[in-house]
Design a protein. Sequence first.
Length: 131
Amino acid sequence: MLRRRTNKMSGRVSGAVEAILNQLSGDLERLVKDGIQTAIDLRTLPLTDPEIIQLIAFLGEGEVSATVNAQGRSDVRETVYPGLWLVTHFDGSERQQGQLIEVTDIPEILKTQRADALAGQQALSKRLATD
């Protein structure tokens, strides 16, 4: 079931944006068929600022969003198309440092790192032992 929340884009998109959308469609198909995850760094694409805005508007907003605060803020949001995520990274001065479209079940930044899980397990065990 396609979950639509907000898609602010209607009408035609530029040829460059259409090419990227076609690439994302193929990437999403590979994710579904073979579990292959990919990412596109919007800063490396030959797009104008209005085309990036057009692309993001076309992808819209899905049901899931998160903010991660680790060495600067990162905003993660699902697009209207499940499996396509917009991930924007900022530095400590709130300047944008990166913007990715991740084709994945869950963006990498939201996954618990093993070292963090181990530290959490140790802290929980220690607290249980002292209570």
